[in-house]
Design a protein around this ligand. Structure first.
Ligand SMILES: [Zn+2]
Ligand SMILES: [Zn+2]
Length: 345
């Protein structure tokens, strides 16, 4: 049996540092499981959550939406996982009943119960609880810090590349923003047989992108991205663009180097910064602009298998202890982090 109390990093006030607190270990219901956290990823979304930029976030809240760990207790009706299983978390705790849930589009659920680390207590703690149906077993040979990257980072990229952009072998794909998500996009795109052009404003990120397999990199402050992409594609433009920045100016450029019939997939977004597009260009060139939100349970299952087989690897560059979460958030805010961050309790 787990201890009665645990350490947790708690968001008590938006815009203020998280507080290290001793709180009760969660008590589980019949369909829930208790997971001992061995690693928990941290990403730009945590800055939005702690900064009060997202609607519907309660306080106090134990943040941490990318946890990985071991099941230590299960409710009486749980059958899909057992004590001792290493697990990844499917982030969206959904109703399971609405049309979007029924058609396998859980991230669009209209009656969302919540997400650990957003609306529900999450993984910046020694333990967290969740409905067991949101837990998926991962082979024990995969390190926990890698498991932590599966659910929010790698499965989200899988969803964007495979389900939304539907990238095919031999296509040229531009990745705009070579940060923590972008480098995983590069990795999956190479696995899918695409040629990858990475675009960023920082040379260290472009170097990182090359290390993770980008075929060509373009420094968008030093080179004209539109003409470079056209040059590299016989004047036609890229088959697909994966946009991780989401600002009006980057989206405007994307549409100019996207080929006729191409698809622009928005993964990053900038709240309150709407973009405009020329409807004539969209119609006459049959360009598609699609959004890609998080991932589904099936996406998670697909990437768990790829990771178990050693075909993908999380690009972790920074590690922090649980009590150092505020330092991690600060480093992220200052743009000092190249890849992904993992917190260990
Ligand atoms: Zn995240
Ligand atoms: Zn639903």
């Amino acid at each position: 049996m787990p201890a009665k109390m645990m350490r947790a990093m708690v968001l008590e006030e938006f815009g203020k540092p998280l507080q290290l607190r001793e709180v009760p270990v969660p008590e589980i219901g019949d369909e829930e499981a208790l997971v001992q956290v061995h690693a928990c990823g941290l990403c730009g979304t945590d800055l939005k959550i702690s900064g009060g930029k997202l609607a519907g976030i309660p306080t106090p809240l134990i943040m941490g939406h990318e946890p990985a760990g071991v099941v230590v207790e299960v409710g009486s009706r749980v059958t899909n996982v057992k004590v001792g299983d290493h697990v990844a978390l499917a982030l969206y705790v959904t109703c399971g009943q609405c049309e979007f849930c029924r058609t396998g589009n859980e991230s669009l659920c209209v009656n969302l119960v919540g997400r650990p680390g957003f609306e529900l207590n999450g993984g910046f703690a020694e333990y967290f609880k969740v409905p067991a149906r949101n837990l998926f077993r991962v082979a024990p040979h995969v390190p926990f810090e890698q498991v932590a990257l599966l659910a929010d980072c790698i499965a989200t990229i899988w969803h964007a590349v495979c389900r939304r952009a539907e990238v095919k072998i031999g296509q040229t794909v531009v990745v705009v923003g070579a940060g923590g998500l972008g480098v995983h996009a590069i990795q999956l795109l190479k696995l899918a047989g695409a040629r990858v052009i990475a675009v960023d404003v920082a040379e260290d990120k472009l170097e990182f992108a090359r290390q993770w397999g980008a075929d060509v990199t373009i420094h968008s402050r030093q080179e004209d991205v539109v003409s470079r992409v056209k040059e590299l594609t016989d004047g036609l433009g890229a088959h697909a663009v994966l946009e991780f920045v989401g600002l009006p100016e980057t989206i405007a450029a994307d549409l100019r180097f996207l080929r006729r019939g191409g698809v622009l997939t928005l993964v990053g977004y900038a709240p309150d910064k709407p973009f405009t597009a020329d409807s004539a260009d969209i119609v006459l060139s049959e360009k598609r602009i699609v959004g890609s939100r998080a991932n589904t349970k099936q996406d998670l299952v697909e990437v768990i298998r790829l990771m178990e087989e050693g075909k993908i690897r999380g690009a972790i560059t920074n590690r922090y202890r649980l009590e150092e979460v505020n330092e991690a958030l600060e480093a992220l805010r200052r743009g000092e982090i190249l890849g992904r961050v993992v917190v260990v309790p």
